[in-house]
Design a binder for this molecule. Structure first.
Ligand code: NAD
Length: 523
């Protein structure tokens, strides 16, 4: 078995130290010189393939700046990539698990060396401030390290237990599914993109991957690292393209064996539907692994440590401008402490600085014009559904730079059935609810179709135990922020409409991409 030390998550960088800020700024300068403006073609069967159309990635904090471009795959490229991946599968499926895991570990070593560059790209391309970019690249490295080790438990015949039966040998073998499609979102364009391809690949599948439309540069950077680490041609087919144009061709293809998707509920359900329809020549039921949206709530009751609750709420709501699937978009406060808690949250959030990712501002611009329009529309809807306590404006510029800037917005005394209570906004807009008591708060928390993350700030042991059982989410946090799951520590994924609860970074995640065969020999 491959010799590695026990898995340990990467440490985060402390940006209160001047020397760490200095090296980050040097990395920004290096990326501006060497990567900004670069073009990333498709990669099919190990060859770079270019297209006439180019997808343009803009800096959300300065939309006049082009960060880079990628090729735009067509349906013909999808056909070629899937056919090439099946060819590569014939040998890749027979590689030793050790050898496949070694490639992930080498990729991790390269990414550790280039960690600051990856961070700097995301500061420019996605508007991540230093800490947000740093924790994301740490997560990307963690996925490689964790999945390389997790793969070992699926390596041998008999590694899954069966009951002994006299006179026979019985055992289970894990086998890879074949060629899968991975479609990822822009909000964790390094970590989720990488985790979703590394997991199926390490256990012997070949992947056709489509990164998000708005973050092609960091995806191209990561794909290059995987190839540099030694993935054979065809195992990873890199296919940036418009979801609306090639999405159905990828998910509906008769030779696609499974789909791993992270993104919004409407697109996820569309994929699920397309994948369910059997195409001529198809000989399997496609498997879908879905990580979808959320409407995540934090409850604060009258026994809570108020300072801790306020910090938890502000961090959960406005980290990366609320553009995390785990972000708190609903704050539920028990009436007794409503005025105090909400007053302090508004005061603290009002002090957040606005600016660019490169300036390391607390609040930066949201990813795209499309997101800007949708979120600013929700600000208006919210103003009619409650009392605007903070923000409410979408300036669309900052310090003379045109960008998708939206003010952190808090809307108080919202009804649980309002649109801003039920619909995912995916930006810095929080709905606040006044709950009669603890039971009412728990009812409000469970009143959406989602079930991704949630939290409770309380010092009542009974209530925490009740929430442990009744709060309907895949990731539940007590007395802390509800974002920032760490690979292996807090396996991540939601249920109900938030997904298939496949738990990325969890002990059984790799089994999503394998099937089991039972083999019996009569002795
Ligand atoms: P999105 O659903 O708009 O797009 C996700 C991906 O799907 C993109 O690559 C897009 O090009 C592609 N796509 C679009 N139409 C398609 C189609 N018809 N067929 C196939 N693919 C298609 O989501 P987004 O805006 O990129 O990301 C934000 C969403 O992702 C939010 O809803 C957020 O909650 C969710 N998210 C969930 C998790 C999780 O772990 N549960 C993590 C991150 C983000």
């Amino acid at each position: 078995m491959i010799r590695v030390q026990e898995y340990r998550p990467q440490a985060f960088t402390d940006f209160t130290k001047d020397e760490n800020v200095k090296v980050y700024q040097e990395a920004l300068a290096k990326v501006r010189q060497e990567i900004v403006g670069k073009h990333y073609p498709l990669i099919i069967d190990g060859q770079k393939v270019d297209t006439a159309e180019r997808m343009v990635s803009l800096n959300p904090c300065d939309t006049d700046e082009v960060v880079g471009t990628t090729a735009a795959a067509t349906k013909e490229h999808v056909d070629q990539a899937i056919a090439g991946a099946w060819k590569a599968f014939e040998s890749w499926k027979n590689w030793d698990m050790d050898a496949r895991a070694r490639i992930l570990l080498k990729a991790s070593a390269i990414l550790k060396r280039r960690r600051l560059e990856a961070c700097a790209i995301m500061s420019i391309e996605a508007g991540k401030n230093y800490a947000e970019a740093d924790v994301e690249v740490a997560e990307a490295i963690d996925f490689l390290e964790y999945y390389a080790r997790s793969a070992m438990k699926y390596a041998h015949f008999g590694s899954a237990e069966t009951t002994w039966f006299e006179g026979e040998e019985n055992g289970l073998m894990w086998i890879p599914l074949g060629v899968g499609v991975s479609i990822s979102p822009w909000n964790f364009p390094a970590a989720i993109f990488l985790g979703m391809l590394a997991a199926p690949i390490v256990v012997g599948n070949c992947m056709v991957v489509k990164p998000a439309d708005n973050a092609g540069v960091i995806a191209g950077f990561i794909a290059d690292i995987m190839l540099e680490a030694g993935l054979p041609a065809g195992v990873l087919q890199f296919l940036p393209g418009h979801g609306s144009e090639i999405g159905d061709a990828m998910t509906g293809h008769p030779k696609t064996r499974f789909i791993t998707f992270t993104g919004s509920v409407p697109v996820g359900l569309r994929i699920h539907e397309v994948a369910a329809k059997v195409q001529p020549g198809q000989k399997w039921i496609k498997r879908t692994v879905m990580e979808l949206g959320g409407k995540d709530a934090l409850i604060v009751d009258e026994t809570a440590d108020i300072e801790n609750a306020v910090t938890s709420a502000v961090q959960s709501a406005f980290g990366f401008n609320g553009q995390k699937c785990s972000a708190m978009s609903r704050l539920i406060v028990v009436d007794d402490v409503y005025d105090e808690v909400v007053g302090k949250v508004v005061e603290r959030a009002g002090k957040l600085t606005m600016g660019t990712g490169e300036e390391n501002a607390n609040v930066t611009a949201v990813i795209s014009q499309k997101a800007f329009k949708s979120i600013s529309e929700y600000q208006k809807v919210g103003a009619g559904e409650g009392k605007v306590l903070l923000g409410g404006e979408a300036p669309g510029e900052h310090n003379g730079k045109k960008g998708n800037y939206i003010q952190p917005t808090i809307i108080g005394d919202v009804d649980r059935n309002a649109r801003i209570s039920q619909e995912e906004i995916f930006g810095p807009v929080v709905a606040v609810f006044r709950a009669k008591d603890w039971q009412d708060a728990l009812d409000i928390a469970n009143s959406t179709v989602y079930g991704l993350t949630g939290g409770v700030c309380s010092n009542s042991r009974e209530r925490l135990e009740e929430a442990r059982e009744k709060f309907e989410v895949g990731n539940l946090y007590f007395n802390r922020k509800i974002t920032g799951a760490i690979v292996g520590v807090q396996p991540f994924g939601g249920y109900n409409m938030s997904g298939t609860d496949s738990k990325a970074g969890g002990p059984d995640y790799l089994s999503n991409f394998m099937q089991l065969k039972t083999v019996t020999e009569r002795w």
